[in-house]
Design a protein around this ligand. Structure first.
Ligand SMILES: CC(C)(COP(=O)(O)OP(=O)(O)OC[C@H]1O[C@@H](n2cnc3c(N)ncnc32)[C@H](O)[C@@H]1OP(=O)(O)O)[C@@H](O)C(=O)NCCC(=O)NCCS
Length: 334
């Protein structure tokens, strides 16, 4: 065992050691460096173990649920455009897939996977070549995606012409606190969203999100999402909207859309208020997914009891969306 390790053990036996909650914070001496490096390694190793433990596929119920969600998402993407899901087939077996959601002028690559036994043999390159044709033929001009931590994926995305951007921030809360009263702003009026608001929402999405997705909003409302639309009192102009959804496993806040930075915080407060009005809002945990470009949301979400679960790598061919005043529908659907 290295000397530094003994030193650390000896110190811990000393009666003068301080309570770890009130440590001395001081410059390191040359003699401290080896022990400090051991602390680094112990913490980094524990973190790696923790990530393994949090592997969401370790129990069969979670695996089954994740598979059902993937089947639903792929089927929805294919139903909207039968060229949007591409597979690689070897003999009769599917060994890879990619899928894209196109909402003009935006293409978001939602799936990109090659079976582990077939990776690193160029299958991924061929899949992306094909999805590029689909994107080009659609007329979409901006491509984005949220990436895994696989360097093979990064290599492919960089070769595709995508650039890393600010990451996504998935915020989670088991028992968030929601405002008990509806937020007030003397310049703004709000009312519940109905299916009659789809044109207005499409207009707001074009302006802030960079792409209209009227059909998806209509589906979400039909499936039980609720929300508010906000207008300026004097001009009557719509300046934003907020939707929340209580799903079978968690509640989701988003999209939240504000045409100006000035009114974003009001819209987020309104979204949190609406979340608190769904039946049994604390029955399930809540999620909020946003870009790290959205600085205004962070303080409000921390105060409401949310914490950042992760930082998800983001790639884009060009900027799209005013993400500083926007909250995504979820991690997969921007
Ligand atoms: C990402 C993935 C779809 C790529 O498919 P693939 O068939 O393995 O990819 P390819 O063989 O076409 O290309 C792999 C590239 O990574 C490179 N590569 C391999 N190992 C690498 C490493 N450790 N670091 C960096 N690059 C590496 C290869 O050289 C090749 O690049 P090149 O064509 O410039 O030489 C596949 O590896 C995969 O499913 N990974 C796990 C799931 C995942 O993370 N998916 C992405 C979700 S966003």
């Amino acid at each position: 065992m290295p000397r530094a390790h003994y030193r650390r053990y000896d110190l811990s036996m000393s009666s003068t050691i301080r309570d770890p909650s009130t440590p001395n914070i001081e410059p390191a001496s040359q003699d401290d460096i080896v022990a400090a490096a051991y602390v680094y390694q112990a913490a980094a190793e524990a973190l790696s173990e923790q990530f393994r433990a949090r592997n969401p596929w370790t129990n069969s119920a979670a695996r089954a649920e994740d598979l059902q969600l993937a089947i639903r998402t792929l089927a929805t993407l294919r139903a909207s455009d039968d060229r949007s899901v591409i597979v690689a087939r070897d003999q009769h077996e599917i060994i890879g897939l990619t899928a894209v959601q196109i909402q003009h002028p935006h293409a978001h690559i939602a799936f990109y996977f090659v079976h582990p036994t077939a990776q690193n043999r160029g299958v991924g390159r061929q899949l992306l070549d094909r999805i590029r044709d689909v994107i080009d033929q659609s007329g979409a001009t901006v491509t984005t995606l949220a990436s895994s931590r696989d360097p093979k994926a990064w290599q492919r995305y960089l070769r595709f012409g995508l650039y890393p951007g600010p990451p996504l921030l998935p915020f989670r809360a088991v028992n968030p606190s929601f405002p008990g009263t509806i937020p007030e702003n003397r310049d703004l009026a709000n009312r519940p969203i109905t299916s009659n608001d789809l044109d207005t929402i499409a207009e707001l999405d074009r302006e802030v999100r960079g792409a209209d997705r009227r059909e998806r909003i209509g589906q979400w409302l039909a499936e039980g999402s609720v929300g508010s639309i906000v207008n300026e009192r004097v001009s009557g102009a719509a300046i934003g909207y907020a939707l929340v959804t209580m799903g079978p496993h968690h509640g989701q806040i988003g999209p939240v859309v504000s045409t100006s930075l000035e009114h974003f915080s009001y819209l987020l407060d309104l979204a949190l208020y609406v979340a608190g009005t769904v039946p049994n809002p604390h029955k399930r945990p809540w999620r909020v997914d946003l870009s790290a470009r959205n600085h205004l949301a962070i303080g409000t979400l921390l105060d409401a009891g949310f914490s950042a679960e992760n930082l998800v790598n983001w790639f884009e061919s060009d900027p799209i969306g005013k993400w500083d005043r926007y909250i995504f529908r979820d991690e997969d659907e921007l």
